[in-house]
Design a protein around this ligand. Structure first.
Ligand SMILES: N[C@@H](CCC[C@H](N)C(=O)O)C(=O)O
Length: 264
């Protein structure tokens, strides 16, 4: 499946056990060109449990576009108007939206430096990370936030002017991020539009990153660069991110596609 171009291999582990080794995850991701491998598991109280591995084989707690893909499957399967998805990070809710799109309530962003987590206390609106020459850095002071996974967002003038495969890894495993971080390159076009490219922790440059889009909107709105609702234009498609004042939750809406089904 894909969510705005973010590619997933989704295994139904509710009836057939699926406990891949890291090597097997890497092989599946390489064979199917997936950014993440996802397993649907039974959950005692929610409609489904979603387990997530990055293409490097590491298990992670959150995946926004993956949650929209899983929501689509379970909404179709159950015919319910709303489905609940448990992840290691949070309980998410999925709904159908107009035009065949799928919305997931991603919950509240976490803003504390320990929540990201950072290695030391720092102002999350701009942390002490620089890339490039000390006196004239190529990138500096990303805003950070957790959407159940860590994100560092650089606000730049022209997102296409950056060699993301060269720069992303330098930030992904910077010592300030003990668990690594996803790295966003965000260009604010206007108060309602952000162009975004994301170097994903454990997966590299993807066509879209759902939690990355939520993180970019939260950081932009927090800095008053945009309002609380915006279109996030990624390489693989557009996501609408709405950080609602009423409940502090971030709602993500966008396209989902089933590409093919197979047996491995
Ligand atoms: N593609 C995802 C994010 C997947 C996990 C991420 N790479 C991490 O390591 O936290 C999304 O849509 O959010």
């Amino acid at each position: 499946m894909n969510g705005a171009g973010n590619a997933f291999a989704v295994f139904d582990a509710r009836s057939t056990p699926f406990a891949p080794t890291a090597d097997q995850v890497r092989q599946i991701a390489a064979d199917l060109q997936a950014d993440q491998v996802i397993a649907l598991e039974r959950d005692a109280t929610k409609d489904v449990f979603m387990r997530i591995w990055n293409s490097d084989g590491g298990e992670v707690a959150a995946c926004g576009n993956g949650a929209r893909a899983v929501a689509h499957l379970i909404l179709e399967e159950t015919g319910k108007p709303m489905v609940t998805i448990q992840t290691e990070a949070d309980m998410l809710k999925g709904f159908k939206a107009d035009g065949g799109l799928v919305t997931v309530d991603m919950g509240s962003p976490l803003m504390g430096w320990e929540d990201i987590p950072l290695a030391e206390k720092m102002d999350v609106r701009g942390v002490d990370v620089k890339v490039g020459p000390m006196d004239n850095p190529t990138l500096s002071r990303p805003a950070v936030v957790s959407m159940g996974n860590p994100h560092a967002v650089f606000f730049v003038k022209d997102v296409d002017a950056y060699d993301i495969p060269a720069l992303g890894p330098l930030v992904e495993w910077h010592p300030l991020f003990p668990e690594g971080t996803n790295v966003g390159f965000a260009q604010v076009i206007d108060k309602e539009t952000i162009r975004l490219r994301v170097w994903e922790r454990g997966a590299g440059l993807t066509k879209a990153c759902g939690t990355g889009a939520c993180a970019a909107l939260v950081c932009a709105a927090r800095a008053k660069l945009t309002g609380r609702k915006a279109r996030l234009v990624l390489d693989g498609g557009t996501l609408i991110i709405d950080w609602r004042e009423s409940d502090d939750h971030v709602y993500m809406t966008g396209p989902v596609e089933m590409e093919f089904e197979t047996v491995i």
